[in-house]
Design a protein around this ligand. Structure first.
Ligand code: MRU
Length: 318
């Protein structure tokens, strides 16, 4: 696969791929301070749970280089987005380390290793001549290297297994259409783009055989906090008897939060919803960016430590 890296740390400098401009333009922007990184995370230049963790870790590394107040840098970065647990996890890890740069590099390297392990464990779920649905972008752009939900797809494709992938657009920011479809087309995987509203219909006519999504946080009881729309797909999967898998690295597991309903769901700006459609002036808009899928709807959690089918066994990720 040849997707440009979302995050580049080169000669002590941090460069973020501006994902708002994809797929039309591949533009990197140099980040010069922790506060600039925090603004890039809040503004969705870099996005996806593991990727914002890695970017924030490098934000802390920049802060240590330039002599910024580390505690203040940490507060700014953690406050950039509330839902994905990777952000606070990575920042706190760097804060506790003796060498901020080395710790950020280790977080980045380990993330790539976890993606490969997720792919190796998850590729057995990709049956030949079937179609897999994925939602939002849990690919290389949201993570590193092979991505999480996409890692089994990339490795199965490399192994010569023939299968199709359906990607839904993922309104309002269209991460599925702009990012996941872009990644998969470049890798040569057979990919079909659909509107979010088409999922149940395609399941009902037998077009989709399995689902793999990523996660922004998985709580102690196995609930999955992920991009808005995930819950509807999980419910439709259960109704149609289709396995619903969730790919996550250990860094996305939050054993300190009991259930998904304890997690703050980010509300984003109304303009994300109204911006690209012909909405009437004055209409009220609600824009929750994530939802909570109860653990009981999950067939398996595909982790770097193996396939987990019982939420109790997620404790191995601690
Ligand atoms: O709001 P975003 O684009 O940062 O959304 C996060 C995600 O990329 C998805 O929820 C994804 O499925 C999980 S992150 C690998």
């Amino acid at each position: 696969m040849s997707v440009p890296a979302a995050i580049r740390w080169e000669r002590g400098g941090l460069w973020l791929l501006d994902q708002r401009k994809l797929p039309e333009e591949v533009v990197y922007e140099e980040q010069t301070s922790a506060s600039m990184v925090a603004a890039s995370i809040a503004g969705m230049k870099v996005r996806g749970a593991p990727a914002i963790g890695i970017a924030a870790a490098y934000g802390m590394a920049l802060a240590s280089r330039t002599g910024e107040d580390m505690a203040r840098a940490a507060r700014l970065l953690v406050a950039a987005r509330p839902t994905a647990v990777n952000l606070a996890w990575a920042v706190n890890r760097v804060l506790r380390a003796n060498d901020a740069v080395a710790e950020a590099e280790a977080i980045h390297r380990e993330d790539a290793e976890m993606c490969r392990a997720i792919g190796e464990h998850g590729m057995e779920l990709i049956e030949p001549e079937t179609a897999v649905l994925t939602h939002c972008n849990a690919g290389a752009l949201a993570v590193s290297s092979l991505g999480t939900a996409t890692a089994p797809l990339y490795l199965a494709h490399e192994a010569g297994i023939r299968f199709r992938v359906f990607v839904d657009e993922t309104r309002p920011l269209l991460q599925g259409a702009r990012l996941t479809a872009w990644e998969l087309v470049q890798s040569g995987i057979d990919v079909t783009l659909i509107c979010d509203s088409m999922v149940s219909h395609l399941m009902s006519e037998g077009t989709i055989q399995s689902v793999i999504v990523g996660a922004d946080r998985v709580t102690a009881n196995g609930d999955v906090v992920n991009k808005i729309g995930t819950l509807g797909i999980a419910i439709a999967s259960r109704y149609h008897g289709i396995p619903f898998h969730v790919a996550l690295p250990s860094s996305t597991f939050d054993p300190d939060t009991k259930t998904g309903t304890d997690v703050e769901i980010e509300q984003r700006d109304a303009s994300e919803v109204t911006g690209s459609i012909r909405a009437p002036r004055g209409v009220h808009v609600s824009n929750p960016a994530f939802d909570v899928t109860p653990a009981e709807l999950v067939t398996s959690w595909i982790t770097d430590r193996g396939l987990i089918e019982n939420a109790r066994d997620l404790a191995v990720l601690k």
